[in-house]
Design a protein around this ligand. Structure first.
Ligand code: F6R
Ligand code: MG
Ligand code: MG
Length: 381
């Protein structure tokens, strides 16, 4: 019988500001899921956080997109919101965009990553959770894990991985998806996932169709139509055997790659791998953080977690991240620290543009020497 692992997260109130979470919310969510486990609704659970996001990790037998499990998550978030409002935490209930639950949390605000599979004799799993960034942040690390032989030695030297993997990519603006086989179609894949604001790796499969990784791809701004915060993403990755080794899954994070998010969700900055104790966003509301919790599944039970980035092996990545952060910060409101114009449409930009629309004066016609006889500009060769 298949086991389903669901990670459902939402920002239901920050402490202090958007920097972190209040432990009372974590405790309350635990209590709620504990009850659900006792009632047999879920097999096991683990409640954690990353920055201001409450993370519900659940295992169960209801399959993906289950109204029972999504309903449980929604109810948990609602209960925590009441508490958050009581404490006047910052932005209480901010990600519960819809007023009432309607069967599935997708598109209602929370982020979701879920997968179902038959548990192997031993089933190691890594759950990545990030704050102050968006779902496209997984594109580069997922590509590295499952398609880059310079990252994943197994692609070259393990018969179990040598065939490569299949990537499911979503166009979150066009609302469509496509599959790419790697290594055969690697260059085609990169054409799209290199633009992570629009094309996101939703899932990775073995060539035989076994699920290997799944990410959340909700884009809050597209859901709500105006800026309501970045959709701080989560990602589940299965490890070992026919999948990359734990170390191959963690290796991409030794390079703090540049992601969208950070202050006001409107800046590029490096993604810092941190242990849970540093999963809070301070400097310029960041820099964006990622935590990795490792579990072993045992008949659906979550044995663990192990806090994978709680390790000096990632010190250099963190140090480099700080150096990069310094350099980006010096750009202030200039691109490429600030996001490009297209990405600013959910901010003050349209307002300012509209207010100044009448103040733009046409520039004088080009000088006749550089214009064609009819006054039109001469095309460069
Ligand atoms: C980014 C984020 C923060 C806030 C910023 C302003 O995802 O959550 O950087 O955008 O702190 O927050 P408000 O507008 O709530 O004062
Ligand atoms: Mg927040
Ligand atoms: Mg957040």
């Amino acid at each position: 019988q298949e086991i389903t692992i669901s990670v459902i997260k939402a920002d239901i109130g920050g402490m202090v500001g958007h920097s972190g979470i209040h432990t009372d919310l974590v405790a309350l969510a635990r209590q709620h899921l504990e009850e659900a486990q006792r009632r047999g609704v879920i097999v096991d659970y683990y409640v954690t956080w990353c920055g201001d996001d409450l993370q519900l990790i659940m295992t169960h037998r209801h399959g993906t997109d289950s109204p029972i499990v999504h309903g449980l998550a929604w109810e948990t978030f609602e209960r925590c919101t009441v508490k958050a409002k009581e404490m006047k935490l910052y932005g209480a209930g901010q990600d519960l965009i819809a007023d009432a639950f309607s069967g599935n949390v997708r598109g209602m605000g929370p982020g979701v990553a879920e997968m179902s599979f038959i548990e192997r004799p031993s089933e190691p799993i890594i759950i990545f959770m990030a704050d102050k960034t968006s779902a496209g942040a997984w594109n580069l690390p997922l590509f590295r894990m499952f398609a880059d032989p310079f990252n994943t030695a197994g692609l070259v030297i393990s018969p179990a991985l040598h065939e490569g993997f299949r990537f499911e990519v979503h166009d979150v603006k066009g609302h469509k998806r496509i599959f790419f086989n790697c290594p055969e179609e690697m260059y085609d894949l990169l054409v799209f996932i290199g633009a992570p604001g629009r094309y996101m790796i939703k899932a990775v499969y073995t060539k035989k169709g076994e699920i290997a990784a799944v990410s959340s791809t909700e884009r809050l701004s597209l859901i709500a139509g105006h800026y309501v915060g970045k959709d701080d993403p989560v990602c589940i990755v299965r490890a070992q055997g026919i999948f990359p080794a734990v170390g191959e899954i963690l290796e991409p994070f030794t390079m703090p790659h540049i992601v969208e998010g950070w202050m006001r969700g409107s800046h590029y900055g490096p993604l810092m791998p941190v242990p849970l104790q540093y999963a809070k966003c301070t400097r310029f509301d960041g820099p964006p953080r990622v935590v990795a919790l490792g579990f072993q599944l045992a008949d659906g039970r979550l044995v663990g977690p192990r806090d994978m980035f709680d390790d000096p092996a990632f010190d250099e990545a963190r140090r480099l991240c700080n150096v990069i952060a310094d350099h980006f910060r010096r750009h202030g409101p200039f691109e490429p620290h600030r996001l490009p114009m297209e990405e600013m449409e959910y901010t003050t930009l349209p307002e300012v543009a509209e207010r100044l629309a009448g103040r733009w004066e046409p520039l004088p016609e080009p000088h006749p020497a550089i214009a064609g006889g009819d006054g039109s500009a001469v095309e460069a060769d």
